[in-house]
Design a protein around this ligand. Sequence first.
Ligand code: DGL
Length: 280
Amino acid sequence: MQKKSIIQKNSALKSESPIGIFDSGIGGLTVFKALRKLMPQENMIYFGDTAHLPYGSKSRASIIQFSVEIARFLCQQKIKALVVACNTSSAVALSAIKKAVSVPVEGVIVPGAQTCVRKGFRRIGVIGTEGTVRSGAYAAEIKKFSPGARVFEVACPLFVPLVEEGWWKYGVTQEVARIYLKPLQKARVDSLVLGCTHYPVIKPVISRVMGKDVSLIDSGEQTAQEFEKTLESLNLLRKRTGRGWSRFYVSDDPERFLRLSRRFLGSSILVKRVIKKNFE
Ligand code: DGL
């Protein structure tokens, strides 16, 4: 993450300003939830690019274009820092986003990968979208610090619609998980990175298939912890006086986002209003 130099360059960054969070759609709410839990006092603006969902099967060029556009829009809302909650966008567009905006930017890949390194895992499984797996971003980041580690990556595209349908309690999700995760069981991984926004929702299903000896790493949770430390080091944490507000934008139908938000956030956080933002 670019740190103090950004603060010096941009003295307009204030601890009172909101945090920007964006994702290809609704799944980033798992990251939003982790951030909220850790930093209830922060003001937060979430953007779900529901008009372009899914990013996982899109080209690099499209993902970069959408991501940069959204990052710029959030900066117009005067955010103090940005979390790229989407794994696919973090994997392919992070450097383009960092170049395009002048606030600190945190993606979800590095915190997830570094947790594996810190915990000393040697046979690491990574599951994500086709785009994330194709990019090899998790493996590259893990091997930077742990060159001897073996990384096994598997794309699990069907998990996204199954989670959005709310089908995680049905047998079909368990069956799909069993098929996708078989190569990782065969590889005898000691850990498994949930490298997609939607996967924490089906963590119990994944855990049941992989068994209790495999540690599951939730990239979103790790990112929230890392991001809090970064805000603190930059003197950008808002004081813990009361709850912060949340604002939600989407690029397509707000109704669907509103309805599905409960699946991702549970009953403790209620999304009351979603604003539609059109890009020209
Ligand atoms: N948010 C995406 C990710 O974490 C999953 C959904 C999509 O493919 O857009 O990679």
